[in-house]
Design a protein. Sequence first.
Length: 555
Amino acid sequence: MTGRDLLSRFHDVVRTAPERIAVRDTAGALTFAELEARTAALAAVLVERGVVRGDRVGVSVPRGSGLLVALLAVWRAGAAYVPLDPAYPADRLAHMASDAAVRTTVTPEDLVVGTGAFSDLAVSADDAAYVIYTSGSTGLPKGVQATRGGVASLVDGLEQMAVYSAEPSVVAWNASASFDASVQQWARICRGDTIVVLEDAHRTEPAKLAAWLDECGVSDVDMTPTHWEMLREHLLPGRPDGRRLRLFIGGEPISVPVWRELAAADTVEAFNLYGPTECTVDTTVAVVEGDDPTIGDALPGNRLLVLDAKLREVPDGEIGELYVAGPRVTHGYLGRSGLTGARFLPDPSGEAGGRMYRTGDLVRRTEDGLLEFHGRADRQVKIRGHRVELGEIETVVRSSPAVAAAAVVVRDDLGGQPVAYYVPSGLAGAEGLREHAAAALPEVMVPTAFVEVAALPLTPGGKLDTAALPAPPAQSGTAPEGEFEQFIAQVWAEVLGRDSVNADDDFFALGGHSLVALRVVSKVKKTFGLKMSTRDVYRHPRLTDLARHVESLRV
């Protein structure tokens, strides 16, 4: 199942509704007739530059209606587009352009208003539609080649599942063109929807974004859970016309509190969309309802397999790795045959020559036939010799009613210890969260530090920007006072390898963990002859609080 060619559908809309608004940005709007003319003119320019069917064309155009003109024109010229975000570092852009062997690059100077007819170059469903680069384990991004038929199948599948309304909608284009989520948003132009571009100023300022959505009458918005949590207070009240906002949420797991809030909201109709770039954007869909998050079931055309390490299907109810087969599985990684072969495997239950993609995601199929996400198979880290899945720690931290959103990373500047970053939804505090985590996790998995942030930082694609997470803040410089504070300070400095510590320092924020805590307890016992355990250090991680606790034990 590939669905009808999207360019054919676009031309149908041009014929039947030429004056309908096709795309809008802060500079103005284009009708479908105007969009047809501009894309035809640019496609003709590309052909004059030597672009032929199957070529790859770079697109380096800022957010705005011109970006949509460029992407559609590349398709009309029979080529695949390679997004080259102008905000990216120059070296990264140069690598992508070279790696993709782009024939030419569209820049803002190419977006002149042209006239005249242009006949689209003939293509097949197997021709490449785009090459989008994802981060690679080697430190260099790798290009994923998706097909025309795969994108058509995506739109068709979302229509069949009624994720898209039957009537034309007004759709916010939120994601960067460098991320595959953008395809599901901008390609809706081909089915007759109006695309409203969210520019950078909108995406980072919630009040401005909400006002722009209202001004343009946006009905459909696509964003990550992290981005939603930044905007929820502005979008939950609902649209001015009283209709429900249709929210497509994906890219990251949805926390239980966010899921339940969306399920209960009468102003929002939410869909959870899941899928790797390698399988053309969206693979599964779930209506956000009930109490427990799921990623739903396959979109029409996809086949999902939950397999063990030996590629055997696991029974329902057990966790396995998700593999995806079907027409939306992409060609693989451009110029990376070895990596493609490792991730795109022969499909043992499909047609001859068919492939399935190994997602690396762990899932469990419920009694209702829906899939639950259970983290990454390869998101393992080692903490003091133990293999740890950071997703499990995040799940526990997020389960606190005082936490609205959370992320856990390991920090080299803290000896490779896990640090939890959280957005509070109530009276959250590091000590209470540490106790909450310690009650559910082995000690080695309890975060070293809990850092409160106003919002989790986002990449241009709306995902968590781990590089932008702040270092745990330095503690105050209050000097230890009294016998017990000074003694604990001396012990901490010794076991943590520091010249000095302050009265308000947090033991775990300084890099402490259970093995070091044992040394602290041992020295306290030896000096004062007290009955004490490492749990006391976890309950009183601040130096002054631990000193006060030790003093109370002397009474």
